[in-house]
Design a protein around this ligand. Structure first.
Ligand SMILES: Cc1ncc(COP(=O)(O)O)c(C=O)c1O
Length: 284
């Protein structure tokens, strides 16, 4: 999003941003009952640098739920070394990650990030499921992933489904159903399920925010169904990024290029705004 705001970054503005972040976190309080005594864990989606930053900030991977989980679709060498050495649970987005990890360390804690075959998001660019997405183990390939888990005696903690940033409630219901179906189909014990992030935020005047209680209600109902399948208590995790940080600031950026296209949305604007993740993309 390119905001045509006055570039005045004031202390007051920063305080408002921090207040907003605290309010958004408070909104998510219903999840806390399922987080055990660990309510602030980090789910990292990146290479070694993020693991190092998390360690410097005092997050440790011990316990259950652990303080750090590493989510990715591939490993690079130094990151795999660190994950093994520091015993950081891995949320694997590809089957090959399971073998690469298993070759180095049997019994390592893993999650399976599943691509349920569809995605949803604020825009096509923030949808992370479906056949064109690079993320997650394709739902039909779960038997192969389980074979690798068995071959290396990996410890399956849970299943994870993050289908995009800004999923609407219809897709949310669909993904919760897929989660329950997947747990049933794998016939394995799981101790937790994760809905990833993706809680939508309003982008334009007049848009309303997500009904957080309804959102939680969908995932909690799925969690209860999973408890019935596995026969014991199951933790529910979410990884909200944009919901917490997305509206806490204004991105001021310069348009570097503009290209006419035939898209009904108009032309294509280029800008090196240096923002990603929880930043205020992707409205542009
Ligand atoms: C696995 C995973 N979890 C959580 C998030 C955070 O999503 P959001 O900022 O929409 O809450 C992302 C974002 O890409 C992600 O890939």
């Amino acid at each position: 999003m390119i905001a045509a705001a006055e570039p005045s970054v004031s202390v007051r503005g920063r305080e408002q941003g921090i207040d907003l972040v605290s309010r958004q976190v408070t909104d998510l309080r219903m999840w806390i009952a399922f987080a055990g005594d660990r309510q602030n864990a980090l789910d990292l989606f990146g290479p070694l640098g993020e693991l190092e930053r998390a360690a410097r900030a005092g997050f440790t991977p011990d316990g259950e739920p652990p303080g750090v989980v590493f989510t990715a679709d591939i490993f690079n060498g130094p990151t795999l070394d660190r994950v093994v050495e520091a015993d950081i649970p891995v949320n694997a987005g590809s089957e090959d990650m399971l073998s690469q990890l298993g070759e180095r360390k049997r019994g390592h804690k893993v999650w399976l990030r599943v691509n349920p075959g569809f995605g949803s998001g604020h825009s096509r660019k923030t949808s992370t499921g479906g056949e064109s997405s690079k993320h997650g183990i394709w739902h039909e390939n779960l038997p192969g992933a389980l074979e690798r888990i068995d071959a290396y005696d990996l410890d399956l903690v849970g299943l994870h489904m993050h289908i995009g940033s800004g999923a609407d409630i219809e897709h949310l219901k669909r993904v919760c159903r897929s989660m329950v179906d997947c747990v049933r189909s794998i016939e394995r014990d799981v101790r937790a399920i994760s809905g990833g992030g993706g809680l939508p935020i309003p982008y334009r005047d007049g848009e309303s925010g997500i009904d957080v209680e309804a959102y939680f209600g969908c995932w909690d109902a799925a969690r209860r169904e999973v408890e019935e399948i596995v026969g014991h208590r199951v933790l529910l995790e979410i990884e909200p990024g944009r919901y917490i940080a997305g509206a806490s600031g204004v991105l001021v950026a310069k348009t570097s290029s503009y290209e006419e296209t035939e898209s009904p949305r108009g032309g294509r604007t280029g800008s090196d705004a240096g923002a990603a993740g929880g930043g205020p993309w992707p409205a542009g």
